[in-house]
Design a protein around this ligand. Structure first.
Ligand code: XMP
Length: 539
């Protein structure tokens, strides 16, 4: 679901829900989050192996009632340091459960500390960036891992273990750090100082597959499409005879939510589509047709584009734009929900990363970059209960679920689109004329990407309209028109991104097509910054 339609809910009781789910599920790996920026990637890597994994905070861990189905525990990295008096710990009982444990970075240091090792934070112990691994001893954890091709690992640590705890052995080292991989076979405890979860580490997945299959001996396979039945049944038994309202944007998340709930409760699902006038060319009509005609959903259209343009008149500030668009949407949606007394539930396309991001491992708040990263609040008076069937899934898993629900490819594989739509891709003031110009340019870019079979290789691509005019020459005449910017990135999850490397001929073709085909644009530029330091959207 596009985040515009994600009406963020206060007081989401995440830990209780996760614990309830943990009881009834298949074999799994749990990841204890110590606050690393990349903890999410650990869960992804494990799920890529078709093994179910969940991220727990220390609080979740303390509330956990049963460890029956937990076959392995991974301790993430994090900003804490065991060299201080007070540091983030796990309860000692965990070590008595005979469940294999893998510590990553801070996780390794924590394990070493708990078993009597010495950790130091002197400057010479620091390692940031790539390092080369040397094998010291065989271990199941590195079986078929270190070879001439795979030996670069990604380091990001200030502290280092300088004395091995009793009972542990060194498996691998780097030039800077002797204790890079350690193990205690008897206790089934392993630690890696580097980050196997990030792509900068060569074949880091092998470390996870060795841990999961050779050490934890997991057999159950997590198949996302076999989850479909369970999700449909869960919606049925939760909602019973009540009605559910759902904001349908045509993004992959809201589309999958709508199809899933429709399978469970049919006509009792009311989908609302709000035309803000800020969607891509033909997107609104196309989405409506698909859901109304092809899937026969109960879709209600609200045309609010005039209202949106009026409220956005003369507004340039990105955060003000977001606020206006978000609030307007809530008001429209609220009004619709109130019209039907039978509606008791609100369906949202909340994804697993949203859940992880809305709770903090350490209690600290990360700095606000853009308001969509922060959890806001839905007016309490709306009084609807939530249905969030996708709350356990990553985006790629939602796409697989979409496939098993026969979601058309053009929606299933659609790039993410921000809630505020084209309003944050028109830098500065938003007018219907500028939206029209942008829609045309964006449509040309996206069609060319599809034609050249590049669209599916790219995580997100779009055109933005810059607030400046420059001089050009077309035929024998001077032009003075807008500049548009092409953005196209590859990414795992939108948290970091790299620009896509187009061929010169592709860029030439796009530039010609846009300048010739879109009156109002006489210059095209390509954004070659990665995230960080830039962000994916310009505003
Ligand atoms: P940034 O620009 O923060 O974007 O690198 C990361 C991802 O989030 C999307 N994005 C938004 N989505 N409302 C949304 O629903 C917003 O206000 C918003 N801003 C950025 C962006 O398209 C990218 O996929």
């Amino acid at each position: 679901m596009s985040k515009k339609y994600k009406l963020k809910i206060r007081n989401r009781e995440v830990p209780k829900k996760i614990n309830a789910d943990l009881k009834s599920r298949m074999e799994k790996i749990i990841i204890i989050d110590f606050g690393s920026q990349v903890t999410k990637l650990i869960a992804r890597r494990i799920r890529e192996l078709k093994v179910y994994s969940e991220i727990l905070t220390l609080k979740d861990l303390k509330n956990l009632k049963s460890f029956d189905t937990i076959k392995g525990i991974i301790l993430s990295g994090g900003p804490s340091t065991v060299t201080k008096k007070s540091y983030a710990k796990i309860p000692r009982e965990i070590f008595l459960k005979n469940i294999p444990i893998l510590g990553i970075c801070y996780g390794l240091q924590l394990l070493a500390k708990e078993f009597g090792g010495v950790i130091d934070s002197i400057k010479s112990n620091r390692e940031f960036g790539r390092a080369t691994l040397f094998k010291r001893k065989n271990s199941l954890l590195i079986k078929n891992y270190i070879n001439s091709k795979n030996k670069t690992v990604w380091m990001s640590h200030q502290d280092a273990v300088i004395r091995l705890p009793k009972g542990f052995k060194i498996i691998a080292s780097t030039k800077e750090s002797k204790l890079t991989i350690i193990e205690n076979i008897d206790k089934k405890i392993y630690g890696v100082q580097f980050h196997p979860e990030v792509t900068h580490t060569d074949n880091g997945s092998k470390i996870f597959s060795n841990f999961v299959f050779l050490i934890c001996k997991i057999k159950d396979k997590w198949q996302i499409d076999s989850e479909k039945k369970r999700l449909i049944n869960e919606v049925k038994s939760k909602v019973k005879n009540d009605k559910v309202i759902c904001a349908l944007s045509g993004g992959v998340d809201s589309s999958v939510v709508a199809l899933l709930i429709n399978k469970a409760i049919k006509k009792k699902l009311v989908c609302i589509m709000v035309n803000t006038g800020l969607m891509r060319k033909n997107e609104f009509k196309f989405t409506y047709k698909i859901f109304k005609k092809k899937y026969k959903l109960n879709v209600k259209l609200i045309n609010a584009s005039k209202l949106y343009f009026r409220k956005l008149k003369n507004i340039s500030d990105p955060e003000k734009k977001r606020k206006i668009i978000g609030e307007l949407f809530i008001r429209i949606f609220e009004k619709e929900a109130k019209k039907d007394k039978g509606i008791k539930y609100l369906a949202q396309g909340t994804l697993y990363p949203d859940i992880i991001e809305s709770r903090s491992a350490t209690g600290s708040r990360s700095s606000k970059i853009k308001s969509h990263h922060n959890v806001g609040g839905l007016p309490k008076k709306m009084n609807l209960k939530l249905v969030e069937p996708l709350k356990e899934f990553f985006k790629d898993e939602v796409r697989t679920l979409g496939k098993s629900l026969s979601l058309v490819d053009s929606i299933k594989n659609r790039h993410p689109f921000p809630g505020p739509g084209l309003a944050i891709r028109i830098i500065g003031k938003v007018t219907p004329e500028k939206v029209k110009i942008l829609q045309e340019a964006d449509d040309i870019f996206i069609k060319e990407l599809i034609k050249h079979k590049l669209y599916d290789k790219i995580w997100q691509a779009y055109v933005a309209l810059l607030p400046m005019r420059t001089v050009g020459v077309m035929g024998d005449s001077r032009t003075y028109e807008y500049t548009c910017l092409l953005r196209s990135v590859i990414s795992d999850d939108g948290m970091t991104a790299d620009y896509f490397n187009f061929s010169k001929s592709f860029l030439d073709e796009i530039s010609n097509k846009i300048v010739n085909g879109v009156p109002g644009i006489n210059r095209v530029v390509y954004d070659i910054t990665s995230k960080p330091p830039s962000t994916i959207e310009l505003e």
